[in-house]
Write a protein of this length. Structure first.
Length: 570
C-alpha cells in the first residue's frame, strides 16, 4: 500500500490537527459508533469555534483525500465557514468555505418552500387531492394529498427501489424526471393506506417538482431561483437539472474502494428530492431567512408544522424538515446523502438561533455526528446522555430469542443468534437491560409472544411508533434440489414492466433481472429468501403451486411479479 492510500480516512480520534494530517495504518481506520463522537471529539472548549472545528474535523485535514466543509452561525451572523480536505484530488484543489457541494435530501425543504409559496399565491391547497394537479396519479382508496407528498405519508413506493427492481439501480444508468415520473404514476399499489404510517420516500418530492412546474408555468429551477435563491441572496445555489453542466467550484465526491479513493458522482437529472448544488454559506443564509420568516410568516411556520397520521399520532417530519428534540433543546434539521456526498443542516432556535451546516464529499462521512459534536461543545448545558444500564443474562436464557424474524411491514428478515455469550442481530450486539428490553445501537427492542404464541420483536421509533417483527423459524431453511425447482420459471411485474427469471444453478437459486444483473437467493424460512438487503418470497395457489414472487425492501414493501410464460415474441 502506498503512502497516499493510507491517508485521510474518517478515523475518529483525539489526535491534534497537525497529527491528523499524517498517515494512519489501514487497520486503525474504523469508525466508532456515531453516538461516541461528541465524547471523543467535542469536549467543551469555551467559544473558540475555530479551535473546535479544527478538532472535530481533524481527521479530514489532509491534502491526500476528500473531506468536509463546516459553517456555524448564531443570531444571523456567521461565526465560521471553513473547509478541511480536498475538493478535487486530480487538480489538488482544497475544500474551502466557497466550495460547492451537493445537498442530498437537505434539498427537500427548498422544494417544500416552493410549494408553500404557491400555496401563499392561492394556487395550491395542501389538503387537496394531489390528482388535482397531477391527474396521472392512480386513484387509491384514500386520496393522496399534497400534504402527504410533503411529509412521506403517501405510501408511495421509493422510485430508486423500483428502478433497482428493473435491474438498473442508481449509478448504473442515467435516469430522468419524465421516465421516473411515469414509473411512479404507474404504480397500482401503495406500501400502506395513505396517511397510516410515515415511510421516507423520494417519490413524493419528485412528484412535487412536476406540480410546481405545472402550477407556476415555469421550469422548477427557474421558479425556485426567482422566488427563493435570488431574493435571499443565495448566489451559489442551483439545481443539478443537467448533470453534464460544468459547475465552477464544485467539489468532486469520492468513495473509498480498497486502498484508494474513487470518484462517486451522481449522474442523473432527478431533482426536487435532492440534486441541489450549494455552499455552507448559502445554507446559513437560508436558515437565517427561516428564522426571520423572510419569505413570509405563514409559509415559514407551515413548513415546521409536524404531520399527524390517520391515528392522530404526531410524527417528527414536517414539510421537508424534521422537528425534534436534541438533548432537551428544539432541533429543526435534515440530513442528506447522495453518491459520495454526505450532509446535515440544523438550527436550534432555543440556543440563540444557532445554525450548523456540514457538507462532506466522502461517502459515509458522519455529517450528522459532526454537527452534533459541535452543538455539544458550544452548548455544554444540554442534557447529558447516560449509557444504558446493562445486566448479565445467562446464555441459555438468550437462546430462546434465536431465530429468523420477518419485519411485518417490509418483510425483510433479520437473523438473531448467540455467539460468545451475546445475543446478536447480524453484526450488532443486543445488550440486555433492566426490565427485559435490549439495547441495539441508539434504540431499544422488546421480545413478546403474539396471539399465536410466536415470539415477536417490538422496536419503538422516534415518532412513537413500534415496528414489529415476527419469528418465522428457529433456523434457516435448507431446501432440497426439488424445493428449488418449484420456484424456477419466468415472472412479470406490469407496474414496472420487469421480467424476472428464476433458475437453479449449481444447487443454488438465482434471480436474473436482466443480462448482467444476477442475484443469488439465500434461503431464510420456507418459501422465503434474501437477495442482498431485500426480502424475496413466493406465494402459492390453492393447489400448492408457486404462482407469484414478491420483493420487499425498506421503501418498497411488497412488489409482486406473477409467474407467467415469456411470450415467444420477446
Amino acid at each position: 500500500m502506498n503512502a497516499d492510500a493510507r491517508c485521510s480516512l474518517p478515523l475518529i480520534t483525539r489526535a491534534s490537527r497537525a497529527a491528523s494530517a499524517a498517515c494512519f495504518t489501514a487497520a486503525s481506520l474504523a469508525l466508532v459508533p456515531i453516538g461516541a463522537l461528541s465524547a471523543q471529539l467535542a469536549r467543551p472548549q469555551g467559544t473558540d469555534v475555530s479551535a473546535l472545528a479544527d478538532r472535530v474535523f481533524a481527521p479530514w485535514n489532509s491534502t491526500r483525500g476528500p473531506g468536509c466543509v463546516v459553517g456555524i452561525g448564531k443570531g444571523g451572523n456567521t461565526l465560521l465557514a471553513r473547509g478541511y480536505g480536498m475538493a478535487d484530488l486530480t487538480s489538488e484543489r482544497p475544500l474551502s468555505a466557497r466550495s460547492i457541494l451537493e445537498s442530498g435530501s437537505v434539498a427537500k425543504q427548498f422544494t417544500a418552500m416552493a410549494v408553500m409559496l404557491l400555496m401563499q399565491d392561492g394556487k395550491v391547497l395542501l389538503d387537496a387531492d394531489a390528482r388535482t394537479y397531477l391527474p396521472e396519479l392512480p386513484k387509491f382508496s384514500r386520496p393522496i394529498t399534497v400534504r402527504n407528498l410533503l411529509t412521506h405519508t403517501s405510501g408511495l413506493r421509493e422510485w430508486s427501489n423500483l428502478v433497482e427492481l428493473q435491474g438498473w439501480p442508481r449509478g448504473t444508468r442515467m435516469h430522468t424526471q419524465d421516465v421516473v415520473y411515469d414509473l411512479i404514476t404507474k404504480q397500482k399499489a401503495l406500501n400502506y393506506p395513505v396517511g397510516d404510517y410515515y415511510s421516507y420516500t423520494n417519490s413524493g418530492f419528485l412528484l412535487l417538482r412536476t406540480l410546481v412546474e405545472r402550477v407556476s408555468g415555469k421550469p422548477f429551477a427557474q421558479f425556485t431561483a426567482e422566488r427563493i435563491f435570488v431574493p435571499l441572496g443565495m448566489s451559489n445555489t442551483r439545481w443539478r437539472d443537467d448533470y453534464t453542466t460544468i459547475v465552477p467550484g464544485l467539489a468532486q465526491a469520492y468513495r473509498r474502494g480498497g486502498d484508494t479513493w474513487h470518484l462517486d458522482m451522481p449522474f442523473d437529472n432527478i431533482i426536487g428530492a435532492g440534486g441541489l448544488f450549494t455552499t455552507v454559506g448559502d445554507w446559513l443564509t437560508w436558515n437565517s431567512a427561516l428564522t426571520a420568516r423572510t419569505l413570509g410568516a405563514a409559509v415559514t411556520d407551515s413548513m415546521t408544522r409536524q404531520m399527524r397520521l390517520t391515528s392522530g399520532r404526531e410524527i417528527q417530519y414536517a414539510m421537508g424538515l424534521t422537528v425534534s428534540q436534541y438533548r432537551g433543546t428544539k432541533q429543526i434539521a435534515h440530513s442528506g446523502s447522495t453518491a459520495g456526498y454526505s450532509t446535515y443542516l440544523a438550527r436550534y432556535p432555543e440556543q440563540e438561533d444557532l445554525s450548523i451546516a456540514v457538507m462532506c464529499n466522502a461517502a459515509g462521512a458522519p455529517a450528522t455526528a459532526y454537527a452534533h459534536a459541535i452543538v455539544d461543545a458550544m452548548v455544554p448545558s444540554l442534557l447529558t446522555q447516560s449509557g444504558p444500564i446493562t445486566i448479565e443474562v445467562p446464555e441459555a436464557e438468550l437462546q430462546k430469542y434465536v431465530g429468523l424474524y420477518r419485519d411485518t411491514r417490509t418483510n425483510i428478515v433479520s437473523e438473531l443468534s448467540v455467539s460468545q455469550g451475546k445475543l446478536r442481530r447480524g453484526a450488532a450486539t443486543l445488550l440486555p437491560l433492566q426490565g427485559g428490553a435490549f439495547q441495539v445501537g441508539a434504540g431499544q427492542l422488546r421480545f413478546t409472544p403474539d396471539q399465536r404464541g410466536r415470539m415477536t420483536i417490538g422496536q419503538p421509533t422516534a415518532d412513537g411508533d413500534t415496528v414489529v417483527s415476527v419469528r418465522e423459524a428457529l433456523a434457516r431453511w435448507v431446501p432440497s434440489a426439488a424445493d428449488f425447482a418449484q420456484f424456477a420459471g419466468r415472472y412479470y411485474n406490469e407496474e414496472i414492466d420487469a421480467w424476472y427469471s428464476v433458475s437453479v444453478v449449481n444447487d443454488s437459486l438465482r434471480l436474473f433481472k436482466r443480462p448482467g444483473a444476477e442475484g443469488r437467493l439465500k434461503p431464510t424460512f420456507r418459501d422465503a429468501f434474501e437477495d442482498g438487503g431485500d426480502a424475496v418470497w413466493f406465494t402459492r395457489d390453492k393447489k400448492g403451486r408457486v404462482e407469484a414472487m414478491h420483493v420487499g425492501s425498506a421503501r418498497a414493501w411488497d412488489v409482486t411479479a406473477k409467474r407467467v410464460q415469456q411470450p415467444s415474441s420477446r
